[in-house]
Design a protein around this ligand. Structure first.
Ligand code: ADP
Length: 294
């Protein structure tokens, strides 16, 4: 599969409280970790053993090399990851003692993921599916979806961050995977069941992720499924949705039935949230299998 989208370096500082305007506070700890929804989804898919390619951009700074290295180590093909002059995308995150976040995201190189070049076209055209999010410019997402549609490649979109989507884009998406909040923004429906029905007016298949309440699936043939979440002790739910969709897409890319893909995605998310970290906590195919006791 090909994942098209964003990658960042997350710069994470821990402090008792986040600074107010004009204020400086002492922090307790700091770390950097590659992130961004696109990179996270690609790493989740590659760990779940899909043949995964990533299309995106990093800058000429040191973060760019580190992001590329992390994707490569996870087994992601980075031949579609361009290096463009300037900074890589960064997310400046302060985590306070309550576990709440304040985040400044600077797009950097992600702003240049606004088209499909020849390398990207070849990667997308030869994939079983294309997985995307909305952290890069909409023109690029639309161009990638059109390329996939022209080659009969299944398009999966995570509509995050939530924003109203043009019908031209929705008409090229096969499978939409919003969380509960995103489904509500797209449809105006607060409850997942009516939101699912409303979304099926625009796309063939929909998965709404419901956090610890699992996932809801529906398609235009009238099939409806609810897969409960696994009962686990959540330590860090960062990127639960990206882990779910990466492993779910990996299973679909390997021609598994949708019920199996939903179960494997839920298992991957359940394993990852029991450990601290985002991409570093995503399980391998073997760990998913062990968790499912298969
Ligand atoms: P997002 O991270 O995009 O907001 P969700 O919170 O809906 O996405 O989580 C995605 C999936 O991860 C859920 O559908 C579920 O399978 C799994 N998950 C999330 N939180 C929990 C939890 N507390 N316990 C078990 N599984 C969870």
């Amino acid at each position: 599969m090909t994942v098209f989208g964003s990658c960042n370096m997350d710069l994470v500082a821990y402090a008792a409280t986040a600074p107010g305007r004009g204020e400086t506070v002492h922090g307790k700890a700091f770390h950097t970790v590659p992130g961004g929804k696109g990179a996270n989804q690609a790493i989740a898919a590659a760990r779940a053993e899909a043949n995964t390619r990533f299309v995106g951009a990093v800058g000429t700074d040191r973060f760019g090399e580190q992001i590329r290295g992390t994707l490569h180590e996870a087994g992601v093909d980075t031949s579609g990851l361009r290096t463009v002059e300037g900074n890589s995308g960064t997310a400046h995150i302060v985590v306070d003692d309550e576990g709440d976040n304040s985040i400044v995201v600077v797009a950097g190189a992600n702003a240049e993921v606004d088209h499909v070049d020849e390398t990207a076209r070849e990667l997308i055209a030869s994939s079983s599916c294309l997985l995307m999010q909305l952290e890069t410019p909409l023109e690029g997402v639309e161009a990638a979806a059109r390329t996939a549609a022209a080659h009969g490649v299944r398009v999966i979109l995570t509509p995050a961050p939530a924003e109203p989507l043009p019908t031209s884009l929705l008409s090229t998406v096969n499978l939409l995977v919003p969380n509960e909040h995103e489904a509500a923004v797209l449809t105006g429906e607060r409850e997942p069941e009516p939101a699912l029905e409303a979304l099926l007016d625009s796309v063939e298949e929909v998965v709404i992720t419901l956090g610890k309440r699992g996932v809801l699936y529906g398609n235009r043939s009238g099939q409806r499924l609810r897969v409960p979440a696994f009962a686990v002790h959540a330590v860090d739910t960062t990127a639960a949705g990206d882990t779910f969709v990466g492993a779910f897409g990996a299973a679909l890319a390997r021609d598994k039935p949708v019920e199996t893909a939903l179960r494997e995605g839920s298992a991957a998310a359940a394993v990852s949230i029991q450990r601290k970290g985002a991409s570093s906590s995503m399980p391998t195919e073997r760990e998913i299998r062990e968790f499912l006791d298969e």
